[in-house]
Design a protein around this ligand. Structure first.
Ligand SMILES: [Mg+2]
Length: 366
């Protein structure tokens, strides 16, 4: 089997209310999908979570020439050639994200060609349902609206919910308290700062919210300040989660060596694809650190994340988009069953995703 074409397809979905976190407010989500075609008529879909403006140049302009004629089953060789040939110049950035989409599409092709779900090729269907947390409760001026939404997720059966605060590091303590009161003592509460604090602010805020039983304190600091995570962890006593802005096994090893992280969050559409995520999981396990993959883009990334987590024991929990602003279920051949805080693993061949003409037209970038 040979790769005969590589295409980048961008879709966009607008949402009426901006999603706000400590760093920004977003009203549009853009998805960059990679479609790889083969000489046997099987094609695969992947997703590259990178700056939309450069995705085409990376995937088609830079990576495509090296992929044509290659066997998509040779994911290790494809990854190494692409990394050494291109991404090494950008080892923690958008080229690795582009490569992630290529790698994911190759796994989709392998699954379709063998008639097996990707998890069976990655390590087996070790779980059919993955425990999930509700992502996300974005910052709102009205704390009671956030609290109502949190209670709704708990009622749906989610055992953990995540919120984005840090817009106002003083007043947001009130929002965290309102969320804890809304969900009761038995539902987990994650607090995501989206890299918005400096060390003193992270410590002060973390100490003030610690009494609300925080499951994890996510990205309190700049992703460049990996030394600071251990300082914040020691000062607040809170478990630290980070990694959605980190890349490859080498990046995660460096992060883990610092000792300030309890949960790492590699993104399969960003950190290097499924081939690399398996390696990152192995590195994390050697450090005794849990992997909860970052998963907040489209249904293609969600499908790949589900297959990875089904195959790799110990990865938990699944980040599950409950905001309804993503292009999610439409990209699954059979949308997963979401029940009692779990999400089912796709059973069909490949990743279990597709891009219909109707969906492509509905979300075409303009
Ligand atoms: Mg996050």
């Amino acid at each position: 089997m040979k790769i005969v074409d590589v295409e980048l397809i961008q879709l966009a979905k607008d949402h009426p209310r901006p999603h706000r976190n400590a760093k920004e407010a977003r009203s549009r989500r853009v998805v960059s999908l990679v479609r790889i075609a083969t000489d046997e008529g099987i094609d695969g879909l992947g997703e590259a979570w990178c700056a939309p403006a450069v995705a085409e140049a990376l995937v088609v302009g830079r990576l495509r020439p090296g992929l044509l004629g290659k066997d998509p089953f040779n994911v290790e060789g494809i990854w190494r050639d692409a990394f050494d040939g291109s991404a090494m110049y950008d080892p923690k950035g958008t080229l690795v994200a582009g490569l992630s989409g290529v790698d994911m599409a190759c796994w989709d092709i392998m699954g379709k060609a063998t008639g097996l779900p990707v998890c069976k090729l990655l390590g087996g269907l070790n779980r059919t349902e993955i425990p999930a947390y509700a992502s996300d409760l974005h910052w709102e001026e009205d704390a009671s609206a956030m609290a109502r939404a949190a209670a709704g997720f708990a009622e749906q059966g989610y055992r953990t919910v995540k919120t984005h605060v840090g817009v106002d590091p003083v007043d947001d303590v009130r929002r965290v308290r309102a969320l804890r009161e809304a969900i009761g003592p038995d539902v987990g509460l994650m607090v995501d700062i989206n890299t918005g604090f400096d060390r003193p602010t992270a410590i002060r805020f973390g100490r003030r919210i610690a009494e609300y039983d925080i499951t994890w304190y996510e990205e309190p600091l700049s992703p460049m300040d990996t030394d600071g995570l251990a300082v914040v962890r020691a000062a607040t006593g809170l478990p630290i989660a980070t990694g959605e802005n980190e890349y490859t096994r080498w990046g995660f090893r460096e992060l883990l060596e610092k000792g300030g992280t309890d949960v790492v969050m590699p993104d399969v559409a960003r950190a290097g694809g499924l081939t690399e995520l398996k390696k990152i999981c192995a590195v994390a396990e050697a450090y005794g650190v849990v992997v909860s993959p970052h998963n907040y883009s489209s249904g293609v990334c969600s499908a790949a994340t589900l297959h990875l987590m089904a195959a790799v024991p110990g990865t938990t929990p699944l980040e599950w988009d409950t905001v309804d602003s993503s292009i999610g279920p439409e990209l699954f051949v059979e949308p997963p069953v979401v029940k009692d805080g779990t999400v089912s693993v796709p059973e069909g061949p490949g990743l279990g995703v597709h891009l219909t003409d109707e969906v492509r037209a509905r979300y075409a970038m303009n």
